[in-house]
Design a protein around this ligand. Structure first.
Ligand SMILES: Nc1nc2c(c(=O)[nH]1)N[C@H]1C(S)=C(S)[C@@H](COP(=O)(O)O)O[C@H]1N2
Ligand SMILES: [Mo]
Length: 366
């Protein structure tokens, strides 16, 4: 038996093909954030979404070491105690999986079948990556910085450690952290214990968990995960790399749910429509709400960012519901004028689908 016989190539579902047992298995391991958790400014760790390609590695914190090597003057090996003793920073940051919205695409790329819940906001504490790179002394001619996790698996026939890169310029950005705490507590095993990379504003895949090695290269890194997270129409194109989070507003589902369908029910009268909006590109400047599926829009009140540039912002709008069927919709616009699309932009990996969020709501008779 060879690895490529147990590990299947990427594929797009047939027109009326349902979610498979394999996709259900992924969805059960990698849970989303229940949308009602958007009421918290900072997502409690257990409600934050999860995405784990392989297994959660079992890491002994006493034996854990971070190696920094490659094109540097002074290669370093750091233990957890040393890292925790270095000057630290805390960043409140909204993280979103690049595959968020994938299951809504038609045809559906077969992978982790996210609807829209692959998001969460946490306060991450750690040492600025820049400080550690500076201590090691990045040499002239450095091109990319590669981050390796302790997890190992096989994906589309390729056996690998999870690895992603940043360019040297991106790695030196002051907001990038070697993080060891989430919401003031040690990282949970599923979020990268003991240490992960945190790159505010970037889609989730860049935030390498269970970090063990940082290597500075004199050439461009072209590892598997670098080639996988790209926007392309067919599997044989190289595609455009996925980087920063596209603007998105999500709605806290109003009223109360039906157990099976999760359809929403409200009673006539005032209903507060509220949610969160974020962008890893230019900041969100405006959120609009519609209750007729996007035919007419009203301006939502957008709360200030409170100095948290990389965190989602609360927005709200007061609706007076009338009996009948409604389609509650929200869309964010950035200071650059980027507006969320009404129709999902399709690509083969099912990435960066930031189409507007729509929630059917039934308003009962008085
Ligand atoms: N080592 C490692 N890091 C990883 C992953 C992984 O599978 N292995 N998944 C990535 C992806 S795709 C996402 S979306 C985020 C999810 O982070 P979270 O589970 O803490 O929310 O971690 C990223 N970092
Ligand atoms: Mo992801």
């Amino acid at each position: 038996m060879r690895l490529d016989e147990i590990s299947t190539p990427s594929r797009v579902a047939d027109a009326d093909e349902g979610v498979s047992g394999a996709e259900l298995g992924l969805a059960a391991r990698n849970h989303g954030m229940p949308l009602e958790a958007m009421r918290y400014d900072v997502t409690p760790a257990g409600l934050h979404y999860l995405l784990i390609h392989y297994d959660i590695p079992f890491v002994d914190p006493a034996a854990w070491r971070l190696t920094l090597d490659g094109l540097v003057d002074r290669p370093l090996t750091i233990d957890l105690e040393t890292l925790r003793a270095m000057p630290a920073t805390t960043v409140r940051s909204t993280m979103e999986c690049a595959g968020n919205g994938r299951a809504r695409l038609e045809p559906r790329p077969v992978s982790q079948p996210w609807l829209v819940e692959a998001v969460g906001t946490a306060e991450w504490t750690g040492v600025p990556l820049r400080d550690v790179l500076t201590a090691a002394g990045v040499r002239d001619g450095a091109v990319d910085v590669v981050f390796t996790g302790a997890d190992h698996g096989v994906e589309r026939g390729v056996e690998q450690d999870y690895q992603r890169k940043l360019t040297v310029a991106e790695a030196l950005s002051p907001d990038v952290l070697i993080a060891y705490a989430m919401n003031g507590a040690p990282l949970l095993p599923q979020h990268g214990f003991p240490v992960r990379l945190l790159v505010p504003g970037w889609y989730g895949m860049t935030n390498v968990k269970w970090l063990t090695r940082i290597e500075v290269l004199d050439h461009a890194f072209t590892g598997f995960q670098q080639k996988a997270y790209v926007v392309r129409q067919s599997a044989d194109e190289p595609g455009e790399p996925i980087t920063r989070i596209a603007p998105r507003a999500l709605v806290i589902p109003p009223g109360f749910p039906d157990f099976m369908t999760r359809g929403r029910v409200v009673r006539p009268g005032p209903v507060l429509i509220e949610g969160r909006a974020w962008s890893g590109r230019a900041p969100v400047e405006r959120v609009e709400v519609s209750v007729d599926g996007g035919e007419t829009w009203a301006e939502a009140a957008l709360a200030p960012d409170g100095g948290h540039r990389w965190a989602w912002r609360r927005w709200s709008w007061s609706w007076v519901a009338e009996p009948g069927q409604h389609l509650v919709t929200a869309r964010a616009t950035t200071s650059d004028g980027e507006v969320q699309p009404v129709d999902a932009p399709w690509n083969r990996g099912g990435f960066a689908n930031n189409a507007v969020h729509r929630i059917p709501v039934t308003c009962l008779e008085a």
